[in-house]
Structure formats: structure tokens, C-alpha cells
Design a protein around this ligand. Structure first.
Ligand SMILES: [Zn+2]
Length: 221
């Protein structure tokens, strides 16, 4: 079963992808993780990708799709995988479709975690970090004492990427580049919208329910 996880920044894609992968016993694939692994292990693809990343440039689509192809042709992906954070543009969506077709595969479901703009901004701008690595959220996961870490009494800070301004910029980019993909998968009849505002466990339950419904209809998994 091949599942694509879609949604705005901070919609919970990573978390839900991990849950689905674990429940279905299939790999959770994120292109970011694959690049980091290849760079850490000094592979030829990693060296190629690093040239762009070091200059602050985006890794070209062709390189990304090749690296992804290598990954999904591994033995552990033979029963499927969950793809998280890819595709992000219509071009990537088209190259992904073509690559899967070349491999004799196709996407079963595109799960779209729906959250409002206000919620995205609230989630991103409410994050607070401690230098010990512990993360908080002023609304959903506050520290016991304001701005003080529960674990080490350190002072909490806001990462420079977690401001309202940065959240709005990320949201704009998402709408321009990524949102059109949702329409494509809807036309293909494989899109499932899930309310991403609920608590994580409830979102997981809804996602797994839809997957189960789909699998019993298709006789897969
Ligand atoms: Zn701390």
C-alpha cells in the first residue's frame, strides 16, 4: 500500500506518517531523511546533494526523484510505504507519478491533513525550546512555570524560524506550490481529507479508519 501524506506546515504529517508506517509495518519515507542519511554516509548521491544544500539551494527535482527511486526499490518497500513531505510541487508530483509508473507501482491513497491557517500559525509560533532539547508549546504543551524548562530550569526561547512572520511565509509558499497537488489527487479519486485539528490520537484513529476502509474495499494489506 502506497500512501502519500499531505498537509500544511505543522499539520502533523511527520507524526501521522510514523503512526501509519508502524501500524501497517511499512517504511516511513521522508526525502529529508534520505538526504541526511546519504550525506552522513558520504554516498555519491549524498555528495551531489550536499553541493546544493551547502550553497543554500534546493536539491534539483531530478536528483530527488532518483534518490527516492533507489529507496523505494529496496526490499522493505515491496509491500508499500508512507511518503512524508514529498511531493511539494506540481512538477514533483508529475515526476513521482512517472517514476512510480516506471517501477510498476501507483499511489493508493493521498491523505490530506486539513488545518486552518490560524491553526498553522498558532502551532508554529507557540513553540518554545530549551537548550537541553526539550520542546514545549504555549497552548498545547506548556511548561509548568512560564518560560522555564520543567527538566532543567533553563530559560525557554523561541527559535528564529518559529515566529508568526516565518509561519505566514511558509504558509504562503505552501499555498502557492503545494496546495495545487491536492486538486490533482482529488481528480484521480485517491484523496482523503482528515480533520487535523483534533488531538493526535484522534487524528491517527481517523487516518487508520480510512486506510482500513480502503484496504477492505481493495483487498490489499
Ligand atoms: Zn531544559
Amino acid at each position: 500500500m502506497i500512501i502519500i501524506m499531505l498537509g500544511a506546515p505543522a499539520s502533523g504529517k511527520g507524526t501521522q506518517s510514523a503512526v501509519v508506517a508502524q501500524k501497517l509495518g511499512i517504511p516511513h519515507i521522508s526525502t529529508g531523511d534520505i538526504f541526511r542519511w546519504n550525506i552522513a554516509n558520504n554516498t555519491p548521491i549524498g555528495a551531489e546533494a550536499k553541493k546544493y544544500i551547502d550553497k543554500g539551494l534546493l536539491v534539483p527535482d531530478e536528483l530527488t526523484i532518483n534518490i527516492l527511486r533507489d529507496r523505494i526499490e529496496m526490499e522493505d518497500c515491496k509491500d508499500g510505504f508512507v511518503l512524508d513531505g514529498y511531493p511539494r510541487t506540481i512538477n514533483q508530483q508529475e515526476s513521482l507519478d512517472k517514476m512510480l509508473e516506471d517501477c510498476g507501482k501507483s499511489i493508493d491513497m493521498a491523505i490530506n491533513l486539513v488545518v486552518t491557517d490560524e491553526e498553522v500559525v498558532r502551532r508554529i509560533s507557540g513553540r518554545r525550546m530549551c537548550k537541553c532539547g526539550k520542546a514545549y508549546h504555549i497552548v498545547t504543551y506548556p511548561s509548568k512555570k512560564p518560560d522555564i524548562c520543567d527538566l532543567c530550569n533553563g530559560e525557554l526561547y523561541t527559535r528564529k524560524d518559529d515566529t508568526v512572520e516565518v509561519a505566514n511565509t511558509r504558509l504562503d509558499t505552501y499555498k502557492k506550490q503545494s496546495e495545487p497537488i491536492i486538486g490533482v489527487y482529488m481528480e484521480k479519486g485517491i484523496l482523503v481529507d482528515i480533520d487535523g485539528h483534533n488531538p493526535q490520537d484522534k487524528v491517527s484513529e481517523d487516518v487508520l479508519y480510512e486506510i482500513h476502509k480502503y484496504s477492505s474495499k481493495q483487498g490489499v494489506v
